[in-house]
Write a protein that binds this ligand. Sequence first.
Ligand code: FAD
Length: 515
Amino acid sequence: MKINENINYDFAIIGGGFAGMVCAYILAKEGFKVALLEKNIQLGGSLQIFSRDKKILDTGLHYIGGYDEGQNLNKLFNYFGLKDTLQTVRMNEDGYDYISFNDGRKYAHAMGYENFISSLCKDFPDEEHAINLFCCKIQEYCHRFPLYDLNNNIADGYFSEDLRNENAWEYISSITTNKTLQNVLAGNNMLYAGVKEKTPLFVHALIFNSYICGSYKIVTGGAQLIKQFSKNIRKAGVDIYTHKQVTGATFGTDNKISQLLFDNGDKISAKNYISAIHPNETISLFGAKRFSNAWVKRVSRLEQTISAFLLQITFKPKSFPYLNYNIYHFFNDDVWETINYTEDNWPLGFFVFTPVPLDNSEFAESISVMCYMKSDDVAQWKDSFNTTTHPSERCESYQAFKRQKEEKVLAKLETLFPEIRNAMLNVYSSTPLTFKDYTASTDGSIYGILKNSHSPLASMLQPKTKIPNLWLSGQNIVFHGILGTAISALLTCFEFTDKKELLNKINPKKNHIQT
Ligand SMILES: Cc1cc2nc3c(=O)[nH]c(=O)nc-3n(C[C@H](O)[C@H](O)[C@H](O)COP(=O)(O)OP(=O)(O)OC[C@H]3O[C@@H](n4cnc5c(N)ncnc54)[C@H](O)[C@@H]3O)c2cc1C
């Protein structure tokens, strides 16, 4: 779609990932004229999909949490007009996630707190007290995060200050000395790329709680979500411009942005701008001098979550069972150390997921295996670039690197599924370069800025910027994931809407907040 330079938009939103989409939808619903600008052909950012062997392969959407009736994501999806049309599958009640180890031990994370507790108490009969403490603590954290329930009193900011410093690993180690239980309670830390000494307990709590409370897979994953949501966004009146990379801006006298500039020479004007891309990219788009020195220094020094190597295997028909659960599998004895691999022992663990089969059969069409991978591992090809908008074959040495890593993952995957090679049709893989090129996140970081319990305020950004008509949104503001980015987008939209009225629209009538 060609940019209509004659429209003076209320908002131009840079980045058509989930956060940009949510901001666009909310602001259009609130009566603003909005343009959504995305550099790739597809919207969705980390949620993009691709198709191989007539199967849809997902990149950054495996499962969602908090999706049972009345729960936070369910309410949000209802407000986004998605709930009635989106086809989802509830994951296994008695084990939506399994934490497994190379010696064959396997532990379920069951859905619902009662179920979760009774299932773990069977595995760890002497640890009932610790398991109960853990569950109470997780729930306490969620209740103290005002935006999480979407109907709390949000007058005092979005996060209780005293909760920011507690470290997830230290807390779990303090409630039990049983190393296996410690590993099981932290075994899903790939959901946020946890770092032992740094990850705050609130990150673990908010994410864990949402999955305990209602884990679902979306049929065709990101494909369906993005298709349905773009339809609703357009219907709300948003002009969506894809294949439009913002490359800079012009400014007025008061440091206000006058226009955004695109790689193809197009321009767009708006009263307000929202940057829903990585903050380091925001700085390079607008120029460091437009922000305060202290802010630029702080943001550019923040550590990023690690990147990933994603192996995707397509299957021959009816050759591999569909798993209505995920597996976090470990080859080491400390789940927090999976991130500290060496070239020889990589990967120390992985996340295994099968998408919902389209024919409703009991057989999977494909499987995704996600392993941590540092951007340094692909540093020698960092100057190459390859996306569908700017295709260019990366060199043979990179292809050989990928094949070698694919083989390493496959060999380890065979310890879990000895027959998997017989079922395979083809193997595909993505590296940190893929994530970097498609989303422009620093070093291909999978979840953006790493939250740090030692300097919690430094790793939390506010939507407001020094540029008077520029705000930030996206996974780097509050936290990542579908739920996290939706909450981040809400926080950005609160700058322009009446918070309580907006929350009333999201909540069913009986929960209306009194003003
Ligand atoms: C491998 C992986 C697995 C995941 N699994 C799950 C999961 O199972 N469940 C879950 O809830 N979450 C999951 N996540 C996290 C979730 O996908 C992300 O947190 C979320 O999608 C981030 O959305 P965002 O809009 O903040 O950022 P992004 O998705 O990064 O979107 C940013 C967008 O901005 C665009 N952009 C950048 N620069 C420009 C520019 N100059 N001009 C125009 N456009 C630009 C990018 O192309 C991109 O589309 C996963 C993520 C990854 C990577």
